[in-house]
Design a protein around this ligand. Sequence first.
Ligand SMILES: Nc1ncnc2c1ncn2[C@@H]1O[C@H](COP(=O)(O)OP(=O)(O)O)[C@@H](O)[C@H]1O
Ligand SMILES: NC(=O)OP(=O)(O)O
Length: 317
Amino acid sequence: MNDRQKPVAVVAIGGNSLIKDKEHTAVRYQWEAVRETATHIAEMIAQGWTVIVTHGNGPQVGFILRRNELAAHEVHTTPLDLIVADTQGSIGYMLQQALDNEFARRGLYRRAFTIVTQVLVDRDDPAFQNPTKPIGGFLTKEEAERFAAEGWPVVEDAGRGWRRVVASPQPKAILEENAIRAAAEEGWIVIAVGGGGIPVVRNEKGELRGVPAVIDKDRASSLLARSIKADLFLISTGVEKVALHFNTPQQRDLDRVTVSELRRYMAEGHFAPGSMLPKIEAVIEYMEAGGKHAIITNPPNIVRALNGETGTHIVHG
Ligand SMILES: Nc1ncnc2c1ncn2[C@@H]1O[C@H](COP(=O)(O)OP(=O)(O)O)[C@@H](O)[C@H]1O
Ligand SMILES: NC(=O)OP(=O)(O)O
């Protein structure tokens, strides 16, 4: 099979799943998580998939922003679009190196590379007035109240603690889409649309300009999967399966769910905004645009999920 005939998967890796856990966020733990994730993606590629890797950056963007603020008396601060670009570079670099090492270890003739990706958003998106995207680490209620008093918008995030939030406009177009497609067709393992893409708008002269926001990477990854007509959209996150009544004694994990069932569960409020809800909306959008199959699972279960042994599988119906 040549590279153009291989099935194409967009694999979206969560920013939270790229830190070890909320207590272990230092760079060495990020490397551990990236290297572990890379082994599973390499196995997928060994099994015959062409993979386009996208990734989140929520925790990492928040850490860089905070570092900026703490050092603001000494060095200039950086706008959010540049911070997103920074994370595309740093996380892209980590994934690229970890994947290349894994390919070499397995004797797989593959190389990975990262495409700095700009994503067009609407200047008038109401999201700019209503920040919803959680970034940075998890705070206690007391810490969150203290930061809120300093002007940060904060939200409670899926029972895991409090987090700062920033604007998260809808992705409209991936400006480097043709480059991503062409590189994947040539057999490259492309890392792209990092952190949902660098948010840009067109000004009155039609020129591109960055805007201060963090696009949801699941929404942007769904847009990519739809645009390139990917055979599979796989979201790798912190849970093996999506659940109903998540984090309660009534929790029930979903193995196989149709799009219409998923819509109903979404309307019943089973999926937390800012964490699972955007993933569910992203897979529904992908499936309703003609996508074939979507999976939500965690990194260690990627290959088992592909073999139908675990994960939440979203199918037509
Ligand atoms: N219904 C649900 N089923 C499973 N997980 C859920 C649900 N609602 C909220 N979550 C939480 O959402 C998390 C995934 O969101 P998040 O950590 O923001 O994603 P990412 O991996 O993209 O960083 C899961 O790890 C889990 O803690
Ligand atoms: N940009 C983004 O959606 O990041 P997370 O996946 O880390 O939330």
